[in-house]
Design a protein around this ligand. Structure first.
Ligand code: ATP
Ligand code: MG
Length: 282
């Protein structure tokens, strides 16, 4: 029999304290909130997608956001950078009250948030290195940001380091459209690293990849969050990725956070029920 959402919550350890990496372990730390969301609401017409969402994310912490199709996960991620404008609530991120930012401060804030989508949006006819250098455009402009041949030496070097971080330094001068899906997604991650983000939002980065490439991409994002102290919020519909590549799992249903627990305390079967939207029905 399936667990109800409330009994599901009781099956996992209720952990709402912040967690950060320390000596390889992620430890509680009250002063490390990079992101906090409270009372967030968003409706589309009569459809109340986010009703009252609360959660916090901390430096070096990887959060998995889960829930059934259409429950509002992407809406929530997009709200964090106001690609969707919330109706009410508060978002504090990297010291900013995000919902009060004017347009120039919002642009600056967005440049510190890295996005990884299912679709990587590389420019296929350009080199891998040029695509990664495009990541500098959040903090610089002009034709030197357009192409690796014009780019400043320090940008080229940084872009090569970003490519090395995703294991593709040897592909720098290859055309982006000659890469596999998994390699393309890794280049998109390198481009995102070039932004020097503090917060990374990844909306189903594994969705269109085969199992091996999907696992590599999720593992890469998870290890980058640890190694670089990034706060990662990712969405995946794969149970094993959700548990393995996150520190905490936040379950969204009926417009609210139904549970917030340590990933290592989550039973795959319970998570599967929740994914299917079955748990909330019983
Ligand atoms: N711009 C929009 N206008 C109207 N309705 C929208 C808009 N964006 C999202 N919705 C609706 O809001 C609900 C939540 O959508 P959202 O994409 O956030 O769900 P999701 O949890 O990411 O789903 P999935 O797992 O399928 O990606 C859906 O019913 C969707 O149709
Ligand atoms: Mg979605």
């Amino acid at each position: 029999m399936l667990a109800s959402s409330s009994s599901l919550s009781s099956l996992v350890t209720d952990v709402t304290v912040p967690i950060v990496q320390l000596n390889g372990e992620r430890m509680a730390d009250d002063n490390s909130a990079v992101l906090s969301v409270s009372g967030l609401r968003k409706s589309f017409g009569q459809r109340h997608v986010l009703r009252d969402v609360h959660f916090a994310g901390h430096r070096g912490e990887a959060l998995a956001l889960i829930g059934a199709n259409g429950c509002g996960k992407s809406t929530l991620l997009r709200s964090l950078v106001r690609l969707v404008e919330p109706d009410a609530g508060a978002i504090h991120a990297m010291g900013k009250a995000v919902l009060s930012l004017n347009s120039s401060d919002l642009k600056n804030y967005r440049s510190r948030v890295g996005f990884v989508f299912q679709k990587h949006n590389l420019v296929g006819r350009l080199s891998v290195l040029t695509n990664v250098i495009h990541g500098v455009q959040g903090r610089a402009s002009g034709m030197r940001t357009w192409c690796h041949a014009f780019a400043k030496k320090e940008w080229r070097e940084e872009a090569m380091q970003c490519l090395a971080a995703v294991g593709l330094a040897d592909r720098a001068l290859q055309r982006a459209d000659s890469l596999s899906g998994g390699q393309s997604q890794r280049v998109a991650i390198a481009r995102m690293l070039m932004q020097r983000p503090e917060l990374v939002l990844a909306d189903e980065p594994d969705a269109s990849l085969d199992p091996k490439a999907g696992e590599e991409v999720m593992g890469l994002l998870y290890s980058l969050s640890r190694d670089k102290g990034l706060t990662l919020i990712m969405i995946s519909h794969r149970v094993e990725h959700t548990i393995r590549f996150s520190d905490r799992i936040i379950g969204l249903a009926n417009g609210v956070v139904e549970f917030d627990c340590r990933s290592k305390d989550m039973e795959p079967q319970n998570l599967l029920s929740f994914f299917k939207g079955e748990a909330a029905l019983v």
